[in-house]
Write a protein that binds this ligand. Structure first.
Ligand SMILES: Cc1cc2nc3c(=O)[nH]c(=O)nc-3n(C[C@H](O)[C@H](O)[C@H](O)COP(=O)(O)OP(=O)(O)OC[C@H]3O[C@@H](n4cnc5c(N)ncnc54)[C@H](O)[C@@H]3O)c2cc1C
Length: 467
């Protein structure tokens, strides 16, 4: 069971600030390796963005639309075989927009056939595009941006770009101006071997993770905010949690990268050159969501598992961010996701700009949220007729909601842009024993990216602790 800060005594080898998938995974590996681990989460429950919440008889999953098959290996290796066995495929992924309507399994084979048969692209061009993606290497000095990559293979084909890019924009806030290498890596992971989910839902996964952490001896605190990371002679000395100073040799922050450097540690502990790099790090964009719960007596016909829908005429990452955007991803959670349950929910996710929501008065904010729900219900009615007679619960989340529950500046739901990765990875060169993990640099984003970055960070922290 998660404990309270006042019950903690003694010192720790590692304090982990935040229990997103990066922090949780790092905590589990280090606890398993025998280090004294304290995991402190400021929220009352674990998971960060990989979370869910209960309203009436419903459980709403916030970020369980789908992830790459690689998550199965990550769970098996760094969590448990039992958890890996919960990974199941998301079978029906649909696109519906003015340029095309189609269904796909999110595999390279299926995308190839669609590009050739439906979009009329030469098979050799599609193969060459995939080949180039597979050859992309993080360590190559490749300065091209996505726009150049698409112009090379599919010039003038905004429809093709929409098919290949829009899911990635939804998943990590990428635009056509991001480094092509980020697209290559994420696409090869995410849209080549299908899309997967966790049978039993986010609540079961987090419960299993908590049990595993406790079995491995980690101490877990909730409602526990890391307020300060104290540095002595260039090394981490302690962490201040809810006003209480806890001695430790390392801190892994799963909190926002810029908060970690500027607020928790303090920029005075970093070199001028590093501070300059930090100043150039851009936070990624945010999200809004509408959660829709259906009455228990209602049976809804199958409409697909994941629907990328839009009325916008073309692929345009800026338009995806607008508060009144018509571009939405619907995740449809049939009761089967939680075997034995009859709970049917739909979660609509939109990309969003923090500035469009910040600074409103209470009444204006409530009105904007109501409008978001109304617009979403109107749009979903196209796929589920008589929708309003079938539902019994709606709620909206905005960038302010994401900021409140995760403390990410500007409600950034996908970490930072690419330049944040180098800063995140070099923290310990500046302050001994200081590490960061979680969504950063676009590549380390999403369930798989965040969890795998937790593995990398845990290994680095382990080396530091052993040295
Ligand atoms: C709407 C939405 C839908 C998504 N859907 C998917 C999807 O379908 N598939 C997918 O792969 N990815 C999805 N993602 C992305 C994915 O959920 C995230 O990339 C991943 O969960 C982030 O993990 P993280 O380790 O970066 O930590 P985060 O989830 O960012 O969590 C950080 C944690 O640190 C805590 N914290 C922060 N500061 C402190 C502090 N000072 N002290 C203590 N605790 C602190 C926060 O409370 C939080 O719990 C989605 C994201 C959003 C927003």
């Amino acid at each position: 069971m998660a404990r309270k800060t006042k019950d903690i005594d003694g010192e720790f080898d590692v304090v982990i600030a935040g229990s997103g998938l990066g922090g949780l995974t790092a905590a589990n590996i280090l606890a398993r390796n025998g280090w004294r681990v304290l995991l402190a989460e400021q929220h009352f429950q674990l998971g960060g963005l990989a979370t869910c919440f209960r309203r009436k008889q419903h459980i709403f999953d916030v970020a369980l639309h789908g992830f790459p098959i690689g998550m199965q290996k990550t769970l098996r290796k760094y969590w448990s075989r039992e958890m890996a066995e919960h990974i199941i495929q998301v079978k029906s992924i649909r696109f519906d927009n003015p340029q095309f309507s189609l269904e796909t399994t999110f595999t390279s084979e299926d995308f190839t056939n669609i590009l050739v048969d439906k979009f009329g692209i030469e098979r050799s061009v599609v193969d060459a595009f995939y080949h180039e993606l597979s050859e992309m290497n993080f360590y190559d000095a490749d300065n091209r941006v996505n726009r150049e990559l698409f112009d090379k293979y599919f010039p003038g084909r905004n429809d093709v770009v929409r098919l290949l890019m829009e899911p990635i924009t939804y998943a990590n806030g990428s635009t056509l101006d991001e480094p092509a290498i980020t697209y290559g890596i994420v696409f090869s992971n995410f849209m080549s071997k299908g899309c997967y989910t966790f049978s039993g839902g986010t609540d079961l996964m987090l419960e299993m993770m908590q049990q595993e952490l406790e079995k491995n001896g980690a101490t877990i605190l909730t409602n526990a905010k890391i307020e300060k990371i104290k540095v002595n002679n260039g090394r981490v000395a302690s962490a201040v949690i809810n006003g209480r100073e806890i001695k430790c040799r390392t801190v892994i922050s799963n909190g926002n990268l810029l908060n970690t450097i500027n607020n928790y540690v303090g920029s005075e502990h970093f070199s001028d050159g590093f501070r300059e790099k930090v100043a150039g790090v851009r936070l990624n964009t945010s999200s809004s969501q509408v959660y829709i719960g259906f009455r228990p007596d209602v049976k809804v016909d199958f409409i697909g598992d994941l629907l990328f829908t839009s009325k916008h005429p073309v692929y345009d990452p800026e338009a995806l961010l607008a508060a009144d955007s018509t571009s939405r991803t619907y995740s449809v959670y049939y009761p089967e996701i939680r075997p034995g349950s009859n709970d049917f929910t739909v979660v609509a996710s939109m990309n969003a700009r923090y500035q469009d929501w910040a600074g409103m008065g209470a009444a204006e904010y409530q009105h904007a949220k109501d409008k978001l729900v109304e617009n979403t219900l109107n749009a979903l009615e196209e796929y589920i007729p008589d929708l309003r007679t079938k539902i019994d619960y709606t709620e909206a989340a905005t960038p302010l909601t994401f900021e409140r529950y995760t403390l990410h500046g500007s409600g950034a739901s996908f970490g930072t842009k690419f330049e944040g990765l180098q800063v995140s990875m070099k923290l310990s060169d500046e302050v001994g024993g200081l590490f960061h993990t979680g969504s950063v640099g676009i590549i380390m984003s999403g369930w798989l990216g965040a969890a795998n970055y937790g593995v990398i960070t845990a290994n680095n922290a382990d080396k530091y602790l052993s040295s």
